[in-house]
Write a protein that binds this ligand. Structure first.
Ligand SMILES: [Zn+2]
Length: 170
């Protein structure tokens, strides 16, 4: 799977030596030493709620927040936001859900923050347009760097084998 499609060749040329040397994963683990303790569903719900309270008070309420084991194996999705419309009595109610790929339980803390910021931003902006990324960088100023580094992380996991953020630390 190519996680790096769409990035400038010059940018990719800078990281290619690390990929070739099998050192991409170690380099990222050094750059992002901070792990996180968000492992349970409850912890994820709280984590999302905290970010949401800080930045998106006016966004529509979330019906569900969950880890998802199947994400990522199906295509390129790392998180999803869905609006399920259901008829309740005579009303059409929209229920918004955020699902985060379970692989983020094992990533550095910064990458979990990045994907949650991404999915939260979709509560307000549906498309990946300018307004969307403006909202992402408002919530997390390093958003673009983090997304690139997350893609490098996934590339490393695929090539060098899956390893937690800090081996031996749970
Ligand atoms: Zn998106």
């Amino acid at each position: 799977m190519n996680y790096l499609a769409g990035y400038a060749p010059q940018l990719l040329a800078q990281v290619q030596p690390l990929i070739d040397a099998g050192r991409l994963g170690d380099t990222l683990r050094q750059r992002y030493p901070e792990v996180h303790g968000v492992k349970s569903e409850r912890a994820l719900v709280d984590y999302v709620a905290t970010l949401r309270r800080e930045y998106l008070r006016s966004a529509p309420p979330l019906a569900k927040v969950a880890w998802d084991d199947r994400l990522h194996s199906v295509g390129n999705a790392l998180g999803t936001h869905t609006t399920v419309s259901r008829v309740q009595g005579t009303q059409l109610k929209a229920k918004r859900e955020i699902r985060i790929a379970s692989l983020f339980k094992q990533t550095p803390a910064a990458f979990l923050r990045m994907i949650v910021v991404h999915e939260l931003a979709h509560l307000k902006v549906r498309e990946h347009d300018k307004a969307f990324y403006a909202l992402c960088t408002h919530m997390e100023p390093a958003y673009h760097q983090l997304e690139f580094d997350l893609r490098l992380w996934l590339t490393a996991q695929e090539r060098e084998g899956p390893r937690p953020a800090q081996p031996g630390f749970r």
